[in-house]
Design a protein around this ligand. Structure first.
Ligand code: IMP
Ligand code: MG
Length: 187
């Protein structure tokens, strides 16, 4: 899937990710006293995180999906957000945990939290696998963070670049590969 101009550098291994997800699952179990929790994953990237996080929790969980688009095919936000798929059921009176792959500018989650708050859930929090705090342009209160990462574009574990790389088990930095030497040394 890489071409001659890009290279992948592992930032978080599958083992590191799974260990952190087990910790997050245990913490969420402790924090929510009882009753079902509604896990809402933002399509498409958060599906991998949702699948593993929900199984790291011992409590009763229901899952749903919401579609939001803000990016197009580039590496930075267009600033425009739209709902592309709504939830299947009402969240009124429910304990809702929004599951996101990465918080970057905060534009997506700032918008989504505004939309979901109007539906009167009993509680509404965010869990994000990755957080790039240095990139924030809109405020977002993220209750649970897997890993804070530097300002680099990452792929894998659900995250894509133009729809590629989602199925990698590691999280990798997508780097521009150094240019090939004009006159390669003789072998
Ligand atoms: P935000 O609205 O700028 O916070 O962006 C959130 C969304 O942008 C995430 O759900 C991802 O889909 C995408 N995104 C942000 N940073 C990255 C990245 O480093 N790699 C891949 N997707 C990213
Ligand atoms: Mg996303």
């Amino acid at each position: 899937m890489t071409d001659s101009k890009t290279a992948l550098r592992v930032l978080l291994t599958a083992q590191q990710i799974q260990a952190r997800i087990r910790e997050l699952g245990a913490q969420i179990d402790r924090d929510y006293p009882g009753g079902p929790i509604y896990l809402i994953a933002i399509l498409k990237g958060a599906c991998f995180f949702l699948a593993d996080l929900s199984r790291a929790m011992k409590r009763q969980a229901r899952i749903d999906f919401i579609g939001i688009s803000s990016y197009g095919k580039g590496k930075s936000t267009s600033g425009e957000v739209k709902l592309t798929k709504d939830l299947d059921s009402s969240i009124e009176g429910a304990d809702v945990l929004v599951v996101e792959d990465i918080v970057d500018s905060g534009v997506t989650l700032n918008y989504l939290m505004h939309v979901l708050r109007q539906r009167r859930p009993r509680s509404l929090r965010i869990v994000a696998l990755l957080d790039k705090p240095s990139r924030r342009i809109r405020p977002v209160d993220v209750a649970y963070v897997g890993f804070q990462i530097p300002d680099e574009f990452v792929v894998g574990f659900g995250l894509d670049y133009a729809e590629d790389y989602r199925n990698l088990s590691d999280v990798c930095v997508l780097e521009e590969a150094p240019p090939a030497p004009a006159n390669p040394p003789p072998r």
